[in-house]
Design a protein around this ligand. Structure first.
Ligand SMILES: C[S@@+](CC[C@H](N)C(=O)[O-])C[C@H]1O[C@@H](n2cnc3c(N)ncnc32)[C@H](O)[C@@H]1O
Length: 276
């Protein structure tokens, strides 16, 4: 197969940026070939160039969606990077429970939740260690741009490889049922998470004030202005004493001075400077 010309590369970069806000830097242009070539084969195009020509002709929303899905990184795992979950359990949730009146709803948002391992890790942690919260007023909201990945997340069905990545054996036994070669989360845990489609770079749907926001490993894909605008919207939705978790290679520094990085256990959390 011939290599893509610069024109096609830039066309795809712009298409991806427009629909997802994801910036494919020139050094990541190889992703276009490695991720779209299999899609061109699956969808019956003779070459990647033909697929791109069809996109340019506006050959249908389905093709565009599949291209965006193929380009996007959905990498995730249960209890990814473990330390934020430890801090959630030992410091953040006890602190918020002490501050909230009984009967007040505690709301957690996993933004860019991919196939669900992150919100389900939060749900299992809550179920294990905070049963009164789970029986009371609690919302775990999980959003992602991709409807396809959200459909997977709602099923809560994972391969053995996905299970092996970060899920403790005791939680597998307690919270999953074997379904053929895969494992499915029990309905009790699946029901704890409300999945919704949403593009972080576009106007947000109506969301309640958040006690805890997990927005991990997604800002990294955006340009500076998009990161700033998303963080300012997080600022608007996070309760004054709430907590924001970002991915290990992400930060609010030089993006939004309202957030203060705080070292908690072996992780960093971000909190609003003003009140508390
Ligand atoms: C690398 S995964 C991170 C998953 C999870 N937060 C974690 O840390 O394991 C990035 C996710 O961001 C989603 N995403 C990319 N651009 C987005 C956007 N503009 N709005 C919402 N989600 C987006 C992708 O669909 C993907 O599922």
């Amino acid at each position: 197969m011939n290599a893509l010309n610069l024109n096609d590369i830039n066309y795809i970069r712009e298409l991806v940026r427009r629909h997802t806000a994801i910036v494919l830097e020139p050094d990541k242009a190889y992703l276009i070939e490695t991720r779209l070539t299999p899609l061109a084969q699956q969808t019956g195009f003779a070459s990647l160039q033909e697929l791109i020509a069809a996109l340019r002709r506006n050959a249908g929303h389905d093709l565009l969606t599949r291209v965006l899905e193929a380009i996007t990184t959905h990498e995730t795992s249960f209890f990814r990077d473990i330390h934020p979950f430890e801090t959630l359990k030992t410091q953040v949730l006890p602190d918020l429970m002490a501050r909230r009146q009984p009967g007040q709803t505690l709301t957690v948002w996993c933004a860019a939740c991919s196939s669900g391992q992150e919100p389900f890790s939060v749900a299992m942690l809550l179920h294990e260690h905070f049963p009164t919260l789970v029986r009371g007023r609690l919302r775990v909201i999980a959003t992602d741009l991709s409807s396809t990945i959200l459909a997977r997340a709602r099923e809560g069905l994972y391969s053995q490889i996905e299970i092996n990545r970060g899920l403790p054996a005791a939680l597998l036994t307690k919270y999953f049922d074997k379904q053929g070669l895969r494992w499915q989360l029990k309905p009790d845990i699946r029901r704890m998470v409300e999945f919704q489609q949403g593009n972080l770079a576009e106007p947000w749907p109506l969301l309640p004030p958040m006690d805890i926001v997990f927005m991990r490993n997604v800002l990294i894909y955006f340009g500076l202005e998009t990161k700033k605008s998303i963080l300012s919207k997080v600022r608007g939705i996070l309760k004054p004493d709430g907590y924001l978790f970002l991915g290990t290679s992400e930060t609010t520094l030089n993006l939004d001075a309202a957030f203060e990085p705080i070292s908690m256990g072996k992780t960093l959390c971000y909190r609003l400077r003003s009140v508390r």
